[in-house]
Design a protein around this ligand. Structure first.
Ligand SMILES: [Zn+2]
Length: 315
């Protein structure tokens, strides 16, 4: 029987080494913002396959005896690459992780830190316990392959409000709320660096899926009173002034007023989506998509507010 010969092109393919799955490369490069304080600045974009979900800021503080990590990014691969980048700058062990809030772009890299205590506010742990699986599957859908093998890791301890010394470094843990129902800030007393989580956005439009605007505005007033020198917002460039607070407040107030006004005028949602956004917000990244999301999250509640209350029927 005559042996059939495989076509040359197929032979060439078979000769290739078995396809080795490569992890998405986030190309994380920490930016020094103060003595012992480093930040991985995320892209001011929406989640995409191209950015692997790297849209939030994370950071770390090198203490006397160890390293404190603030947020772990969107995926297992991000967490692993974050840890590798930290190890290039410090041989000290990772002592502690703080998670600022229960949004997937900030917390899903925790898997890379087996055995390291993960602290968060109780509301964050509750939020992740309740919504973690759906947040995770949503991110798989939006980001795809960069999420490979990512699993949710829940916080292992409570972050308690007040001063705490971790790895020989004095920190102040400041709870806030409004972006979600539990937003933790981490303040480094040595350098007066404040990690705000998503209570402050800068040059990128806010996300509001769990927002409570009145509470958020109150928290911004409290942040204004903190004696920080450097501010690491949840999204956008690092600041040395209060501009991020002012911009976040301005956008929230405008959003509240325009949605309230639209509801009182009886506009329906498609009409609200057509409203003109003021010129000063046009330079914010991802404005139209986040505005659309905010209208869909928040507008129904403003419409409800305008409904006449039905008087109680008499017995
Ligand atoms: Zn968030």
């Amino acid at each position: 029987m005559k042996r059939r010969r495989l076509p040359t092109a197929l032979l060439a393919v078979l000769a290739l080494p078995a396809f080795a799955a490569q992890a998405y490369d986030y190309q994380l490069k920490p930016q020094a913002v103060a003595d012992g304080v480093q930040v991985f600045v995320g892209k001011t974009e929406n989640f995409s396959r191209e950015n692997g979900g790297n849209i939030a800021n994370t950071g770390f503080i090198i203490g006397r005896d160890g390293v404190i990590v603030i947020d772990t990014g969107p995926s297992k691969a991000y967490g692993e690459q974050q840890r590798t980048a930290i190890a290039r700058l410090s041989k000290l062990p990772i002592s502690q992780i703080y998670l600022t809030h229960a949004h997937p772009d900030h917390v899903l890299g925790s898997q890379a830190y087996a055995g390291v205590p993960i602290a968060a506010l109780p509301g964050t742990t509750q939020g992740l316990t309740r919504d973690g699986d759906s947040l995770l599957s949503n991110l798989y859908r939006l980001v795809g392959d960069a999420m490979r093998d990512t699993e949710l890791r829940l916080p292992t301890m409570e972050a308690k409000s007040g001063e705490v010394t971790v790895a020989g470094r004095r920190l102040r843990l400041i709870p806030g709320l409004g972006h979600t129902d539990a937003d933790l800030m981490v303040f480094d007393e040595t350098t007066k660096t404040l990690f705000t989580g998503d209570l402050v956005f800068f040059q990128r439009t806010l996300t509001t899926p769990n927002a409570d605007i009145p509470r958020w505005l109150k928290t911004l007033d409290a942040i204004d009173a903190i004696d920080f020198k450097i501010m690491v917002p949840g999204h956008g460039p690092v600041l040395r002034d209060h501009a991020g607070i002012a911009q976040t407040r301005d956008y929230l107030q405008w959003l509240r007023d325009s949605l309230q006004g639209a509801a009182r005028r009886g506009l329906d949602m498609p009409e609200v989506l057509q409203l003109t956004i003021p010129e000063r917000f046009q330079r914010l990244a991802v404005l139209s998509t986040e505005y659309e999301r905010s209208v869909s999250h928040l507008y129904p509640a403003y419409e409800l507010e305008t409904l006449p209350t039905v008087p109680k029927s008499r017995p």
